[in-house]
Structures are given as structure tokens and as C-alpha cells.
Design a protein. Structure first.
Length: 249
């Protein structure tokens, strides 16, 4: 290793030692996303993908996703219901040991399809870290590279300790953010507000909602404004996203 390489490595390690614990100070999803993006670059990975499932009660779960994987792949993943068969998800549900994707072998055909499809979208090898909380919360943080990268296996071997630490900090920070946002709801939604929100979520206009509920369009506008105020957001789309995250839809 040259002196310059050694200096770069030392500087990178110093930055990571500062940036990883600082995740604990992130107060919003936006701040957490910025930290995770920066750390992913410092770790020399191309992508990250985080999924956190937080139990509200026995029947409701809040799901949070942060991802830089190709948008087209994320859409297909959802459309094909790949989570049901994804070998990475299945591993994370019962294990806390890191899973290196290159070690996946002899998979059932439907699970192999998930991996093969990811390759078609330019996603190469990666590693996933799972976190399980005592109250039933589960998180999965994955780092991956493009299919063109040939150094991923060596990189993963070097980054296992930091990756596991990042996953723990990210999941804990997201849990605090979720809890804070749930309690930030200014007042519970009324029955009429929930009805309006439901029809907003499936794409109905104010005029259509008024016809469905048998009220005036002005009344719908009033309820929508109340919904936005209670959630502390500025758009119908944000309100639907927040309500979904809270398990209200």
C-alpha cells in the first residue's frame, strides 16, 4: 500500500468513526437519508436499501423504506410481490447474521428469479444486515454494488463490522423518528376525515368524493385542510403517505 493509499484509508476510517455514531442525532427521515447516503459512499458501495417494520399493535405495522436502488427495480419488486419469496427477507426474518448475496446458492426457482431479475436491473452482489428488537421490530439494511463492479466480495469482507454497526444505528434512529411522528399527530382523525382520506388514497378528486359521501365539494375541501393540518403536511400525497405509515389506511 502506498503512502497516499494509507492516508486515504486512515482518513476514511476517521470519517466513518465520526459519521456512524452521529446517526443517533438524526431527527427526521430526511436527515437520516443524508447520513446513510454519505456513509454508503464512504463504505464504497453504490446502493443502500433499508426496510424497517415497526409494530404498532398486534394487527398494525408501520413500514419505512429508504433506498437508492434503481427506481424501476423497486417498482417491479413491489408489483411482483417479490418480498414474499425474496431469500434475503426470509433469512432476515429468523437470523441476525449478515447475509452475503454471493453465498446464495441452490435456491428454489422462484427465489432464484428474484436474484436474476435484480441482475437485469444492474444490481450486483451485496450484503444484508438484519436487526431484531425485543418488541418485535425488524429491520434490514443492505449495501450493494452495480453488476459491473468486480471487487464487491473483497469489499464486503472488509466492511462487515462497519455495516453491522450502521444497520443498528439506522434502525434505532428510524424507530425513534417513527415514534415521534406517530405522537406528533395533533388530534385524532374524525370518521369523516378518515373517509375522505380513504377516497383520496385511491385517487378520487374532491368533486368525486363529494358525490360519494353526499356532501358539498366545499365540505370536502374543509376536511382535506383539516387532515393536512393534523398531519403537519402540505399535500394530499404526503397525507396519504403519513396515514399509511401510521397504519391508518
Amino acid at each position: 500500500m502506498t503512502d497516499q493509499m494509507a492516508c486515504d484509508s486512515s482518513s476514511q476510517a476517521s470519517l466513518l468513526s465520526e459519521r456512524i455514531p452521529a446517526i443517533s442525532n438524526r431527527q427526521t427521515e430526511s436527515e437520516l437519508t443524508c447520513s446513510l447516503t454519505e456513509i454508503t459512499e464512504l463504505l464504497r458501495f453504490d446502493y443502500y436499501h433499508y426496510v424497517g417494520n415497526f409494530a404498532v399493535d398486534q394487527h398494525k405495522v408501520i413500514r419505512q423504506i429508504l433506498s437508492t436502488l434503481p427506481t424501476a427495480w423497486n417498482k417491479k419488486y413491489v408489483a411482483c410481490n417479490y418480498e414474499r419469496i425474496d431469500p434475503i427477507v426470509r433469512h432476515a426474518q429468523t437470523n441476525i447474521t449478515p447475509l452475503t448475496w454471493g453465498n446464495l446458492c441452490n435456491l428454489p426457482p422462484e427465489q432464484q428469479d428474484v436474484i436474476d431479475d435484480a441482475r437485469l436491473y444492474g444490481i450486483g452482489n451485496g450484503v444484508s444486515f438484519s436487526i431484531h428488537s425485543r418488541n418485535g421490530d425488524i429491520g434490514i439494511l443492505s449495501f450493494a454494488n452495480t453488476a459491473q463492479r468486480v471487487d464487491t466480495d473483497q469489499l464486503i469482507a472488509r466492511r462487515l463490522p462497519e455495516g453491522n454497526l450502521v444497520a443498528t444505528f439506522v434502525h434505532d434512529a428510524m424507530r425513534r423518528i417513527v415514534n415521534k411522528e406517530r405522537h406528533a399527530l395533533q388530534a385524532p382523525l374524525t370518521r369523516r376525515e378518515v373517509e375522505c382520506l380513504y377516497w383520496i388514497a385511491i385517487g378520487k378528486s374532491n368533486w368525486e368524493i363529494a358525490r360519494i359521501l353526499g356532501i358539498s365539494e366545499h365540505g370536502v375541501v374543509y376536511y382535506v385542510r383539516k387532515i393536512l393540518l393534523k398531519f403537519g403536511v402540505h399535500s394530499r400525497h404526503q397525507a396519504v403517505a403519513r396515514a399509511t405509515a401510521y397504519g391508518l389506511l
